[in-house]
Design a binder for this molecule. Structure first.
Ligand SMILES: C[S@@+](CC[C@H](N)C(=O)[O-])C[C@H]1O[C@@H](n2cnc3c(N)ncnc32)[C@H](O)[C@@H]1O
Ligand code: SF4
Length: 422
């Protein structure tokens, strides 16, 4: 079996925020004083130039500006970056280009200019429409500002936008969570991400959890009720936390979940690139070391600290680290992503993305089916509702050293190994 090239995406990390939220463990930094937007964009372009040899000749299917708070960057800087990037990489027609937006940074006139720069999708960090919740979360905006920002974007012609909401918030009741969703749906987004608040290590909330966080049962009730509300309003769940109107699933995130490839540029950005066996391609550089192209999945990440990243971008010193993903690790990595999807994955996709035979995971698939966590439909495997309830347990069956307990059921082989996916 050999690795096939999956679709390629581009992730661009913009690391500054107005204020650090107490629950957030993203590589985001409170911006103090004037921020070096132009210098940072120069660094992104040097970084991209350094990574280009990994993806020569490939087409980019989506671009995602994530943060931090990308909407802090003036539209001219986003425009310049996109112009430089599209001069170096082929963008697919209709390439999805998303910019994450904090409603507290929305200014009149900016949205038009982001659109003119080529951004065609926005993702708003709303979190809640309850002003008390927003305050407890340390957000810089209130609910009216959030609604106004979304309306401004719509008036500027953005017809494709996501709203991020969190639930199981401090002192949140089921009725409050329902109201949040109702106000979100009233704004007619094409996509809603509905995340359960998690207390991430190394955050203020982990050190000093806020009082009134709903317990597991209450969180479960909120999740179930909100899923039903979303379905009634025409938002189909396609991933653990993602809901979309028909045809409006996030192309960029879907590529992650299908174990696709992505270049990661910017401070702390992670990338994953498939290097199929090729005699003529030059070796790849990983953290200064050479990796021959004998067919591998390469992961690498950039230095996290914005100032150091900016100084070193475009040289090997900006690479924070990297690794070739050993074949034995690939089933777990693949499942960690694909089993988040309501529609699961096809066996041909597993083969193409990991370069492995289905035999490598057959006992574990059988085990998951026997436990009632996975179901098969021809060559498609998808998590059952029970499997979706225990995603972590399901995925951990595919850990390199997890015991596989073969059972009686068996999984059919795809008709055409290595079939083209998507
Ligand atoms: C990078 S932020 C989005 C844009 C912008 N920085 C903002 O917050 O407005 C990505 C999203 O992840 C979610 N998120 C962040 N930390 C989380 C946590 N600890 N638990 C659950 N969701 C979280 C939030 O919904 C947030 O909008
Ligand atoms: S604005 Fe977004 S990225 Fe920044 S600290 Fe808050 S949640 Fe994190």
């Amino acid at each position: 079996m050999s690795l096939a090239l999956p679709p390629l995406s581009l992730y661009v990390h913009l690391p500054w925020c107005v204020r650090k939220c107490p629950y957030c463990d993203f590589n985001s930094h409170e911006g103090r004083g004037p921020l070096p937007f132009d210098g940072y964009v120069d660094a992104l372009i040097r970084d991209l130039d350094f990574d280009l040899p990994l993806v020569w000749g490939r087409t980019v299917h989506s671009v995602f500006f994530g943060g931090g708070t990308p909407s802090l960057f003036p539209p001219e800087t986003i425009n310049r970056f996109l112009q430089e990037a599209s001069a170096r990489l082929r963008f697919a027609p209709g390439c999805e280009i998303t910019l994450e937006t904090n409603p507290g940074t929305a200014e009149h006139g900016r949205f038009e200019l982001y659109r003119e720069a080529g951004v065609n999708r926005l993702s708003f960090g709303i979190q809640s429409f309850d002003d008390g919740c927003l305050q407890r979360l340390g957000r810089i905006h209130d609910s009216n500002e959030a609604e106004a920002a979304v309306r401004l974007a719509r008036d500027a012609g953005f017809d494709n936008f996501n709203l991020d909401l969190m639930y199981a918030l401090p002192e949140q009741t089921l009725a409050m969570a329902e109201r949040d969703l109702e106000r979100a749906i009233a704004l007619q987004p094409t996509h809603i991400s509905h995340y359960q608040l998690t207390l991430e290590p190394n955050t203020l909330f982990a050190v000093k959890p806020p009082p009134g966080i709903p317990d597991d049962d209450a969180s479960w009730d909120i999740q179930e009720r909100c899923q039903a509300l979303l379905a009634e309003a025409g938002y189909a769940q396609y991933e653990v936390s993602a809901y979309a109107r028909p045809g409006r699933q996030c192309v960029h995130n879907l590529n992650y979940w299908h174990y696709g490839d992505y270049l990661g540029i910017g401070a702390g950005a992670h990338g994953k690139i498939t290097l199929p066996a090729s005699a003529d391609a030059p070796p790849a550089q990983v953290a200064g070391a050479r990796i021959d192209r004998d067919g591998t999945v390469l992961r690498r990440w950039k230095q996290k600290h914005p100032a150091r990243y900016q100084a070193d971008a475009g040289t090997a010193a900006a690479i924070g680290g990297g690794e070739a993903v050993a074949p034995a690790q690939r089933p777990f990595e693949f499942m960690l992503n694909a089993l988040r999807l309501v529609d699961g994955f096809r066996l041909g996709e597993f083969i193409a993305r990991t370069g492995l035979d289905v035999e490598a995971i057959r006992p574990r698939l059988d085990d998951a089916i026997a436990r009632g966590w996975l179901e098969r439909d021809g060559t498609t495997l998808r998590p059952t509702p029970r499997g979706r309830q225990f995603t972590n347990d399901l995925v951990s069956l595919f850990l390199e050293d997890a015991p596989a307990t073969p059972s009686g059921s068996s999984v059919p082989m795809p008709d055409a190994p290595g079939e083209v996916i998507r």
